[in-house]
Write a protein that binds this ligand. Sequence first.
Ligand code: ADP
Ligand code: MG
Length: 490
Amino acid sequence: MKAFPELSKVDQDELVERLQQWCLANGLVMYPPNFAKFSVSCAPVTLFPTPLAREAFQAAVDVQKGFNELYANIVSQGKAFLTDILRDLSLFDRDFTGKLFETYQKALALNDGNVKQPLTLGLFRSDYMVDEKDSETSIKQIEFNTVSVSFGGLSPKVGELHNYLNNCGAYDGNYSMPYYDPDSIPISDSSEKLAKGLALADYYYDSQKDQPSTVILFVVQEEERNCFDQRHIEYLLLKEHGVKSFRLSLDEIVSDTTVNSEKLYIKKTMDEVSVVYFRSGYSPSDYAKNSDRCWQARLLLENSLAIKCPSLLTQLSGAKKTQQVLTKREVTKKFLPTISSGDFEKLMSTFVAMYPLDNSPDGKKAKKFAFEQPEKYVLKPQREGGGNNIYKKDIPEFLLKLDEKDWSAYVLMELIEPAVHANKVIRSDDVYTEDIVSELGIFGTVLFDEDEGTIMSNETAGWLLRSKFSSSNEGGVAAGFGCVDSIYLY
Ligand code: ADP
Ligand code: MG
């Protein structure tokens, strides 16, 4: 493995300027807080690609199709299993998981117990860290995301940026030669592959309905600072697949769309919507303004013929509780009946210990762990989007403030201990030289029939590396803790 380049102050300043201007010229950007629409900032990125062992990277890529299939099968074949989990979670989290589950049930009730559109699109992302505990190196899953996965649009740009900086000689102050072997900084194809996943769902919808020209509806957050990540996918949809897109917030759905003969239309243009792509709706804050109207929107979309990416049940299958239950071999095996034993072992090897905090034998054991060795664990509630977990020594104090019966709303997860690297992070005009740790996300796309269990398409769809200062527990890029990165494979 090569060490990071060492540059003089003058050379580093020049490198940073090249980096910033490349980001602005190529759309590796985000809006800053309190933005005006005409003005962006460079996305926070690392100065150099971060080393990642080739085998670890390949191991994560190799299990992606298995995970896509696992979650598709849980949704199509494990309805009773999921419903049991979700009924429990809903009791503890009435206002959010409860509302999502209730909306799913309402949609079924309005349609004789069936989902209106059985085809569902999953654009998933499985997140890992390379665990270096016990001097073993292996990828371990942080979480499996089934809704609104982000950075698939920006990730390829970071690989391109680092390739540019390498190839133009900026990483080598003395001789202006490529510092890294150019083949060792791969470029993710996630934006193309995610666009292709959406286009395929559009194609299936059209063939189902004999409808040659339909559009994709991006359901987005108002004032989204990471909208360029989404725009890159939108542009590819139009350029590569000839599919137009519209963007609406949850709050605008009821007024700006209409359902006619169960089909969903954009009211203004009367374009028929083939796919509803949620980049919002995964967190309670997405429903905070005009809450009733937002929930009504969710029901309206679920009960239209448009293919949802994802359907409510697919979104709900991504509960951290599901991930915990899947760490039991017999459960995962049941939902992957045709998997080879080699592939099954590879997939299972990505799990760290996860426990319920209930009165089951495992739960009782976990309650002891939480108080006796909290420094080995993270406590996770049923929430997405960062900033919700409780770490290490904060766990006992946190639990003691709750009624013990409410502990079941959480899962206790063994902490992964990743390698630290002395990369540099560029945020605005500041260069931070601090140890970072990285999280590898592998994207996957899967189009499946929620009723029949048929899988029409299952693909691995590129990757993402995000890094954060090792001193911070969490690494939200938009939240200001982290940055996007690329991989130096060794
Ligand atoms: P969210 O849905 O909020 O993204 P995550 O499960 O991804 O929840 O946790 C947020 C962050 O917390 C992760 O990106 C990672 O940095 C850290 N984290 C979560 N679980 C672990 C773990 N088991 N070991 C180490 N870090 C973890
Ligand atoms: Mg996460």
